[in-house]
Ligand binder design. Structure first.
Ligand code: FMN
Length: 395
C-alpha cells in the first residue's frame, strides 16, 4: 500500500530537512483550530465569509471512519472553504495512508494528523495525544501518508504528556516525523494529562510554554511551526509572529468569529474592506436556502452564528433571538433577512443615542455612559427587547 517508512533517527538530518517547496508557508499565518462539533462545514462556510485567507480545518475524523463510513457526510465541503485541512485521527500507517488518499481525492489542501487529543475514547483507540509517547510509530504513519499523497502533511501535537519532559518529547517527535516527511507542526503549547484531567481541563490547566515553541522554530528554521493555545486576541496573535510562522486560534475564533474580519489585512496584507456583519448574514441566505432544500435543519447553521455580535451592542439580544427563534423558523430562511433589518435598527438606535449624548447635558451624558457600561455587562437596557423585536419582525 505504501513505501516502507524510511525513518532516520539522526537529529542532524532532521535539524535541517530540505525545504518542502510544495509548502506555501505564508498560507499558515493564521489558522482556525479543528474543533469537534464546532468547526463543521457550516461553521467553516460562515467563517470563510469573514476571512478569505484564514486557514481552516475540519473536526477530527478517524481514519477508519473515512475508510468505512459515509464519506460524503464526513468529508463533503463547499469549495468556498479552501484553504482547508482535513484532520485525521489514527495510528495505523496503512489505514492513515488510505484515509489521506481519500481526503486528497475530495480536494483537501492538507492532511493533519491529530497527536493532541487527550480524551479517553481516543486513547483507547491508541491515537491522539498518547502518541506523543510513540514518535517512531507516528513517523511510520507520516511516511505512509507522505508516500500516498502529494498534498502537505502536518501534525498537531502537544508539548508532551504526563511525566514526559516537554523539550525531549516535543523535539523527539519533531525530529523523527520531520525525517519521515512532515514539515508542518501545529503545537498546542501545553502538555496533556492523560488521566486526571478531562479534555476540557486539558485545554486550560496545564501551563502554556510559548518559549519552547519559539525555540523549536529556532532549532528547525526550515520547518513551518504554528503556535496554538490560549491566544485570545489578534493583538496577542501578532505578538507571536516574529517567533513562529503562524498562529492557530480555537475558542476565541469560534466565540468571537468577527475577529476574523481583520485577519486578512493584519496577517495577509489584503487590504480589501471586510464585509459587515449584516453583509455576512445576507451572504448566508443562499447557503441557508440550499440547506433547506436538502432538508438540513437551519439550526445546523444558525447555532454557529451566536457569537457574530459578541462584544457589540445588541450582542446579547442577537444570541437570545437566534436561540429562541431559529428553531421556530424551521425552513423559513427569510427570518435571517428580517434579523438583519432588526440589527440595523438596533445599531441606528445605538448610534443616535451616542450622538445625542455628545450635545446633551451632564445628566444625559451620565445616562450615555450608563448605556456604554451596560454594553460591557449583562443588562443592556437600550437594546431592543425580544417582544419588541418579534413585533417588529411580525413573528
Ligand atoms: C469544542 C472543542 C473541540 C475540539 N476538538 C478538537 C479536534 O477535533 N481536534 C484537535 O486537534 N483539537 C481539538 N480541540 C482543541 C483545539 O483545536 C485547540 O488546540 C485548543 O482549543 C487550544 O486552542 P485555543 O486556546 O485557541 O482554544 C478542540 C477544542 C474545543 C474547544
Amino acid at each position: 500500500m505504501h513505501e516502507k517508512a524510511n525513518i532516520d533517527n539522526s537529529i542532524d538530518r532532521a535539524i535541517c530537512p530540505p525545504i518542502d517547496r510544495a509548502i506555501d508557508r505564508q498560507a499558515f499565518r493564521f489558522c482556525v483550530a479543528p474543533m469537534m462539533d464546532w468547526t463543521d462545514r457550516h461553521d467553516r462556510y460562515f467563517l470563510r465569509l469573514i476571512s478569505r485567507h484564514a486557514r481552516l480545518y475540519t473536526e477530527m475524523v478517524t481514519a477508519d471512519a473515512v475508510r468505512f463510513g459515509c464519506r460524503d457526510r464526513l468529508l463533503g465541503f463547499d469549495k468556498a472553504e479552501h484553504p482547508l485541512g482535513l484532520q485525521l485521527g489514527g495510528s495505523e500507517p496503512d489505514a492513515l495512508a488510505e484515509a489521506a488518499q481519500i481526503g486528497e481525492s475530495y480536494g483537501y489542501d492538507e492532511i493533519n494528523l491529530n497527536i493532541g487529543c487527550p480524551s479517553h475514547r481516543v486513547q483507547s483507540g491508541r491515537f491522539g495525544a498518547c502518541l506523543m509517547q510513540e514518535p517512531q510509530l507516528v513517523a511510520a504513519c507520516v511516511a505512509a501518508m507522505r508516500a500516498a499523497v502529494k498534498i502537505p502533511i502536518s501534525i498537531k501535537c502537544r508539548l508532551g504528556v504526563d511525566e514526559q519532559e516537554p523539550r525531549e518529547a516535543l523535539f523527539e517527535l519533531v525530529a523523527q516525523t520531520a525525517a519521515a516527511g512532515c514539515h508542518i507542526f501545529i503545537v498546542h503549547a501545553r502538555k496533556a494529562w492523560l488521566s486526571g484531567l478531562n479534555p476540557r481541563q486539558n485545554r486550560d490547566i496545564p501551563p502554556l510554554d510559548y518559549e519552547l515553541v519559539y525555540e523549536l522554530k529556532k532549532t528547525y528554521p526550515n520547518l513551518t511551526i504554528i503556535l496554538n493555545g490560549g491566544i485570545e486576541t489578534l493583538e496577542a496573535a501578532r505578538a507571536h509572529m516574529p517567533h513562529v510562522d503562524g498562529v492557530m486560534l480555537g475558542r476565541a475564533a469560534y466565540k468571537r468569529p468577527y475577529m476574523l474580519a481583520e485577519v486578512d489585512s493584519l496577517f495577509y496584507g489584503d487590504r480589501r474592506k471586510p464585509p459587515s456583519r449584516e453583509a455576512i448574514i445576507c451572504a448566508l441566505i443562499p447557503y441557508a436556502e440550499n440547506l433547506v432544500r436538502q432538508n438540513v435543519p437551519l439550526s445546523a447553521l444558525t447555532r454557529h452564528l451566536m457569537g457574530l455580535y459578541a462584544g457589540q451592542p445588541g450582542g446579547r439580544m442577537w444570541r437570545r433571538w437566534l436561540s429562541e427563534n431559529a428553531p421556530r423558523a424551521k425552513a423559513d430562511v427569510r427570518f435571517l433577512s428580517k434579523l438583519v433589518t432588526a440589527m440595523k435598527t438596533q445599531f441606528a438606535r445605538t448610534d443616535s443615542q451616542a450622538l445625542n449624548g455628545k450635545t446633551q447635558t451632564h445628566e444625559s451624558r451620565a445616562q450615555e455612559s450608563q448605556i456604554h457600561e451596560s454594553h460591557a455587562h449583562s443588562s443592556q437596557p437600550h437594546e431592543l427587547q425580544t417582544h419588541e423585536l418579534q413585533a417588529a419582525l411580525a413573528l
